[in-house]
Write a protein of this length. Structure first.
Length: 354
């Protein structure tokens, strides 16, 4: 049996894990109500897992993938109990439902492919073997975060101020975080000022990032999304550090809506731009960012209640990710190494030599 998650590394604050396997079920921190309410749900069925991903009880590309992997364990248990000879056929629709629960984060497909391979090989009752595989996915994400923190902190050495967008922290991953892992690790290296955008409309920055940092005793400064340009113009930022939902073979990067605007502003103000993501976020099958599916969420996330009726003349457009072209990115930091000035050729070097 794989080691319990809490023993992976003492650097990980286990009170900030968004998802764990506990008492034969998934224990999920409901991120919709943070920071006001810290509420955990127990998920026992595939339907509950799909709903939790779609409604963003769990969010952040790696955390979605890990939750889906544990969801496969629940689905396999159910299918095996219902028809033990046919469960490998029956579970296919569950894998499809999970894959379609959110479209942009490629870690979801990556984790499901790992679980698909396990399903092909397993004989007899699948639960313990699939659980081992899911825990392995979870632990390797934590290990990747710790490795990326080291690589990213080297790049940040000597910098005193960073800006991050959305939440790419422990809450968005298996623990510790990607962009926020680099920032955590840089504090002992002299990093002084951490700015976080609000990240409208879901407020991942205002509700999650600054809360998460506070849980670890790390001070931060929240800004409105629109204050980022002025902050850079004042010369107060050295690096922008963000996560990613999908990176294509040429280094183009999909991340939370507004990331592209930040990258353009960074270029204008000679601020460096770093993307931190595990290699499970790289989609080698897509050559450039134009082919990344961009999730559109309900207008209800944007529109005030008074406009949500048939007579209303006001509608809304709510894409929740955008694509930053590789030429606006100074470094892509992964657990296998750093790609400086990402382009197709440099990314291939990471793929085959990283
Ligand atoms: O819509 P969300 O909250 O799932 O979007 C999350 C992001 O855009 C994160 O920056 C990204 O998933 C990287 S998380 C390590």
């Amino acid at each position: 049996m794989t080691e319990p998650l809490s023993t992976v590394n003492s650097l990980i604050n286990t009170s900030l894990l968004p998802v764990t396997w506990h008492n034969d079920a998934i224990r999920l921190l409901d991120q919709r109500y943070l920071p006001d309410t810290v509420n955990y749900h127990t998920l026992n069925t595939l339907e509950q897992v799909v709903d939790a991903i779609q409604t963003m009880q769990v969010r952040g590309a790696p955390a979605i993938g890990i939750t889906a992997a544990y969801g496969v364990v629940l689905a396999a248990r159910q299918r095996f109990q219902e028809s033990n000879h046919n469960w490998k056929t029956e579970i296919q629709s569950d894998l499809t439902a999970l894959a379609e629960s959110r479209p942009t984060a490629v870690n979801l497909n990556w984790a499901l492919n790992q679980m698909r391979n396990e399903i092909c090989n397993v004989e007899g009752d699948p639960e313990s073997i699939l659980l081992d595989a899911a825990i392995q996915i979870h632990q390797s994400d934590q290990a990747a975060n710790l490795a990326m923190a080291d690589f990213g902190a080297e790049l940040l050495a000597g910098s005193s101020a960073v800006l991050t967008h959305c939440n790419a922290g422990a809450l968005a991953t298996g623990g510790y975080g990607t962009a926020l892992g680099v920032i955590r690790r840089s504090i002992d290296n002299g990093l002084q000022d951490i700015y976080a955008t609000e990240t409208r409309p879901w407020s991942q920055g205002a509700r999650l990032t600054v809360w998460e940092l506070q849980q670890d005793g790390i001070p931060s400064t929240l800004i409105s999304d629109l204050a980022a340009g002025y902050l850079m113009q004042l010369g107060k930022i050295d690096w922008i550090v963000v996560g990613a939902d999908r990176i294509t073979a040429n280094g183009d990067t999909a991340n939370k809506i507004g990331t592209y605007a930040l990258a353009c502003l960074a270029k204008q103000h000679q601020v460096k731009f770093m993307v931190v993501a595990p290699t499970s976020t790289i989609d080698w099958d897509i050559n450039n960012g134009q082919d990344i599916p961009i999730e559109q969420r309900t207008v209800a996330e944007l529109l005030p209640d008074c406009y949500q009726n048939r007579e209303s003349l006001v509608s809304a457009w709510n894409p929740v990710f955008d694509v930053t072209p590789a030429d606006l990115i100074d470094a892509v930091v992964t657990e296998k190494g750093v790609v400086i000035n990402p382009n197709h050729e440099n990314m291939q070097q990471l793929r085959y030599n990283g």
